[in-house]
Design a protein around this ligand. Sequence first.
Ligand SMILES: Nc1ccn([C@H]2C[C@H](O)[C@@H](COP(=O)(O)O)O2)c(=O)n1
Ligand SMILES: [Zn+2]
Length: 159
Amino acid sequence: MKRQDYLSWDEYFMGIAMLSAQRSKDPSTQVGACIANHDHKILSMGYNGMPTGCSDDEMCWEREGEELQTKYPYVCHAELNAILNNDGGSLKGTSIYVTLFPCNECAKAIIQCGIKEVVFMQDKYADTAGVIASKRMFDMAGVAYRQYIPTEKTLTLTF
Ligand SMILES: Nc1ccn([C@H]2C[C@H](O)[C@@H](COP(=O)(O)O)O2)c(=O)n1
Ligand SMILES: [Zn+2]
C-alpha cells in the first residue's frame, strides 16, 4: 500500500515558498514564492531581497525613518523575483504560491505575465491601499486568488 502522509500539491508548492522565504535577509518579514504549472512542474521561485549587485550588508533594512534610508525603495519582492527568475518560458495559466498576499506592483506583474491563480498564506496587509488595489485588479483581470488552508502537518528539516 502506498504511503498515506505524503505532501499534497498545495502543501508541496507552499512548502517550497516557505523554504524560499528562509533565504530572505529582511529582519521583519520574509516572503517566499513558487510558480507551478498545470502539470505540477515548478517553473520558478523567489524571495524578497535586494537586487543583484546591491549588497545585503550595505543596504538598509529599516522599516522607518527617511525613506531612502529604509528598505522599501530597494527591496525586490518575492513574487517579482519569482517571475524574473523564470527561465524564459511562458508563465501563462500558471499558479503562484506566495506566503504573503501580493502588493499592487507585484499584482501588475502577475497579471501581465499571464499567471491565473494566486495561492497565498498570510494577508496581514489586507487593509492597505496596495492590497485592496491588488484584489481589485485581480478581480477585473480574472486572476483567481485563494487562501491556502493550513493542514497542521509538521515537517522537520535537519540541516
Ligand atoms: N507580497 C509581498 C509583500 C511584501 N514583500 C516584502 C517587501 C519587504 O521586504 C517585506 C515587507 O516588510 P514589512 O513592511 O512587513 O517590514 O516583504 C514581498 O516580498 N511580497
Ligand atoms: Zn510586491
